[in-house]
Ligand binder design. Structure first.
Ligand SMILES: [Zn+2]
Length: 197
């Protein structure tokens, strides 16, 4: 964990935690969790992991929804998550449209660098999971360990082995956020066992 004691996971939002929509998730009504995703976040929390989101929200820059709508989506997310005993510490988002050429829209790594600054940690080896290439490129550029989920846009990668060369070389693939969490917790338990032996 890159020399830090804080256990942190960085997640994408659309297609990772909630259902992806080709026409953008524009309101709290349209924000629907993926099956098992909120429970997966709660399991991470219970094992001592902090969870934050890094999300492109170009719908703001495109004028498809406003800040009040984004806040309502996240209020719904936090409330539903709390109901299953989970917590997301913070949502870092890029509000820009693609033509603004900002530094924070994934595949650029600006959101990840903001997270590293906020928590004062080195992101080397910090697990990050998302359903699209740009999520993993952004995370890997910041030193994170990339995990591709086959939910959302990631469904297009089902059965694709090896992944296309543009994916970070060390990308691991999981069926869903729940499967990714299973992987992390099993790996952690195995590491603890090795220490004990
Ligand atoms: Zn941006």
């Amino acid at each position: 964990m890159g020399g830090t004691a804080m256990k942190l996971v960085i997640l994408d939002r659309n297609g990772t935690i909630n259902v992806h929509r080709e026409d953008f998730v524009k309101s709290d009504i349209e924000w629907t969790p993926l099956p098992g995703a909120l429970e997966a976040v709660a399991r991470l929390n219970h094992a001592g992991w902090h969870v934050v989101i890094a999300s492109n929200q170009s719908g703001l820059g495109r004028g498809l929804f406003d800040m009040a709508s984004l806040n309502a989506m996240h209020a719904k997310m936090h409330k539903m998550l709390a109901a299953v005993g989970g917590k997301i510490d913070a949502v870092f988002y890029c509000p820009h449209s693609p033509d603004e050429d900002c530094d924070c829209r994934k595949p650029k790594s600006g959101l990840f660098l903001q997270i590293g600054d906020r928590y004062g940690i080195d992101l080397k080896g910090v697990p990050t999971a998302g359903d699209s290439l740009r999520d993993l490129q952004a995370g890997a550029a910041a030193g994170c360990e990339p995990h591709l989920l086959l939910t959302g846009m990631g469904a297009a990668c089902r059965g694709v082995d090896p992944l296309p060369p543009e994916y970070p070389a060390n990308t691991m693939v999981h069926e869903s956020l729940a499967a990714f969490v299973d992987f992390l917790l099993v790996r952690e338990a195995q590491a603890a066992l090795q220490v004990a032996v």
